[in-house]
Design a protein around this ligand. Structure first.
Ligand SMILES: *[C@@H]1O[C@H](CO)[C@@H](O)[C@H](O)[C@H]1NC(C)=O
Length: 263
């Protein structure tokens, strides 16, 4: 099932198709660095970790809220000049900003979280697009009427269920591979520290560990949690040093977790 397609015309889907058909660039190179423009701001640096090793680049005057490595593009060389272009523009989320994103490689999809620009907290959604065509598979609204939420980051499990963090409401939405909202993981354990200063930005970066659990960070509190998506049990993970201001999370290996600070 495939909905409308939103490949951006300027060097977007058309170019991806040309490349797929043996164009100038090898298939797989297109969309290697999936960095979405989120908020207008000064140039930001995104660091991508892939099979070719770490790569860093500076964008052109936009803040990249999130960048993920497309393993399929790992075969492509970064020795050429790094290139950045818009590949996807979904009109149904105009005025919103794109926040977290994740490559669901087994299903050939890209999942993106959308919300209003802070300080508006009245829209949270997650969408999935086919990586080859940029056709939208679903766009699922997550917040209810009157809710104050900020969908922030997303990850998928082995079965393709998506988990989206709510940085305002300290919870995790679970969405089926088809985009149906399934449940909400809420737990008092997510609120470790009282006071607004420790709760300005709540649950943020999230990863799915190959052993079947989620790791999620609370940005302002600096706490890391282990969540069992089946039983919904939540426990604090003890870490050496401070994770305060930790933003996104990336598993470099089953035993190495990486968290760059948000500020
Ligand atoms: C929260 O997590 C704790 C610890 O794992 C568990 O005992 C409790 O049932 C959970 N609460 C909810 C509402 O799921």
């Amino acid at each position: 099932m495939c909905g409308d397609c939103y490949g951006a015309s300027a060097g977007g889907a058309a170019e991806a198709r040309a490349a797929g058909a043996g164009g100038r660039r090898k298939r797989g190179c297109v969309g290697t660095a999936l960095a979405l423009v989120a908020l207008a701001a000064a140039a930001a640096v995104a660091v991508l970790e892939g099979t070719a090793g770490g790569v860093s680049y500076v964008g052109d005057g936009w803040l990249h809220e999130c960048a993920k490595w497309d393993a399929d593009g790992g075969a492509c060389s970064w020795k050429e000049k790094e290139e950045e272009r818009v590949v996807l523009a979904d009109p149904d989320v105009a005025v919103r900003v794109a926040l977290g994103l994740t490559v669901d490689a087994p299903r050939g999809r890209l999942l993106i979280v959308y919300a209003y620009r802070i300080p508006r907290f009245g829209y949270s959604a997650v969408a999935a697009y086919e990586l080859t065509s940029w056709c939208r598979l679903f766009l699922t609204r997550l917040d209810g009427p009157g809710d104050s939420t900020l969908a922030d980051d997303v990850v998928v499990d082995d079965e393709g269920n998506a988990y989206v963090t709510d940085a305002k409401g300290n919870k995790i939405w679970k969405v089926s591979p088809e985009g149906e909202p399934l449940s909400v993981i809420k737990n008092a354990t997510f609120s470790q520290r009282p006071g607004w200063i420790n709760n300005l930005v709540g649950l943020n970066g999230i990863v799915y560990h190959p052993s079947g659990y989620l790791l999620v960070i609370h940005t302002s509190g600096g706490d890391l949690f282990k969540v069992d998506p089946k039983t919904r049990s939540v426990r604090v993970v003890e870490v050496k040093g401070s994770l305060k201001a930790g933003d996104g999370l990336a598993l470099l290996s089953p035993a190495r977790l990486w968290s760059p600070p948000a500020w």
